[in-house]
Design a protein around this ligand. Structure first.
Ligand code: COI
Length: 360
């Protein structure tokens, strides 16, 4: 049995939200995991504490220079057990993000153990409604209060938990409208596009708001050099079904290596599809549509799950994909993916990780 992490008890516990009206990321559980770093001590003081406001120096380097990285994963309830989905992948990726921002790496196994104990303490918060889960948000940020552009000597890691419904509101399988961004770019090779850093999301907000004003849900980013090749959507990786084959942009350093992306590629192969990871031009997408060869488009992400794209607009030209309906490939992948996550289907790869009941 693993050593128990210190728990600072919260009294009284909060009232739980009404499960029938859960939105995304607005309600938080009773506890969070906290870990601190200093140059002298390294990572230390791992503990579970009541969720709540934290103290931060107004000079904290994360606020001024953006040293902040995060992750997103989910826990599900199935037949009385709580399971995590491929959590080791998130801790592997957080280390890649940390390294890119010159932040100290974490012990992946220790953090996974910390997460299991945290989720165990808050297990009554895991919702079990259709499309609902406990969204898990690890975040690491620089806390040293000193001005000057250099890597901070102090950091804090928190894992917070939020019982959530669908990311886009309503049904995860309602087709989304996507605006192909032709002015701003998200990332360039050699930059931080492959890392899950807070700044990537800040940089996306203006284009996202402009697209929302025009009636679109999300922005599709093109490559930052030629603005010709498809990269990813605001909070998702993107996939195309072309003549029965599944095509997704290859990872090139500026695209986020999504864990749902990776899982969907593995699942698609398992289901017998040909999968191609390659460069795909936005003009090629429109040409394929004209020739009747573009059958479906969908996005993938932890928060967004598998989300069909119903409309795509580029430089004033709009195409409607699969009559704005969820396609059969998208539906099949969604059913398999969510079936394995929730425990309704077999898990041949061992992607589900059961959260143990710890004796406290
Ligand atoms: C996720 O899918 O978990 C994300 O982090 C995307 C978004 C909520 C920022």
């Amino acid at each position: 049995m693993s050593e128990l992490i210190h728990l600072e008890e919260r009294k009284p516990l909060q009232a739980k939200p009404d499960q029938s009206s859960l939105t995304f990321g607005e309600v938080f559980t009773d506890y969070m995991l906290s870990f601190e770093y200093s140059k002298e001590k390294g990572w230390h003081d791992l503990k579970i504490i009541p969720y709540g406001p934290i103290e931060l120096s107004p000079a904290a380097q994360s606020i001024h220079y953006g040293q902040s990285v995060f992750e997103g994963l989910k826990a599900y309830k199935h037949e009385g057990e709580v399971v995590l989905f491929r959590p080791e992948e998130n801790f592997k990726r957080i280390n890649q993000s940390l390294e890119r921002l010159k932040m100290p790496k974490v012990d992946e196994a220790l953090l996974l153990e910390g997460l299991k104990q945290l989720v165990d303490v808050d297990r009554d918060w895991v919702p079990d409604g259709e499309g609902q889960s406990l969204y898990i948000r690890p975040v690491v940020f620089a806390t040293q209060g000193v001005l000057g552009v250099h890597a901070s000597h102090e950091y804090r890691l928190l894992i917070i938990l939020s019982p959530s419904g669908s990311y886009y509101g309503g049904d995860s399988l309602s087709p989304t409208k996507i605006y192909v961004e032709d002015e701003y770019v998200r990332a360039v090779r050699g930059g931080v596009g492959f890392a899950k850093v807070a700044g990537n999301y800040a940089a996306s907000l203006l284009a996202q708001a402009n697209a929302n004003e025009l009636g679109f849900d999300q922005v599709l980013w093109l490559d930052g050099v030629e603005q010709k090749y498809v990269e990813e959507v605001g909070s998702m990786n993107i996939f195309f079904v072309i003549n029965g084959k599944i095509v997704t942009p290859e990872l090139n350093g500026s695209i986020l290596p999504g864990i749902t992306r990776k899982t969907v590629i593995e699942l698609s192969k398992m289901l017998g599809y040909d999968v191609e990871e390659r460069r795909i031009g936005v003009e090629e997408v429109f040409e394929l549509y004209e020739r009747g060869e573009l059958e479906e488009i969908f996005g993938t992400g932890t928060a967004a799950v598998i989300s069909p794209v119903g409309e795509l607009q580029f430089k004033g030209e709009k195409i409607v994909i699969n009559h704005n309906k969820t396609g059969t490939v998208t539906q099949q992948l969604y059913d398999h993916y969510t079936g394995i996550q929730s425990g309704k289907l077999e898990d041949p790869h061992g992607w589900r990780v059961v959260v143990p009941h710890y004796e406290r």
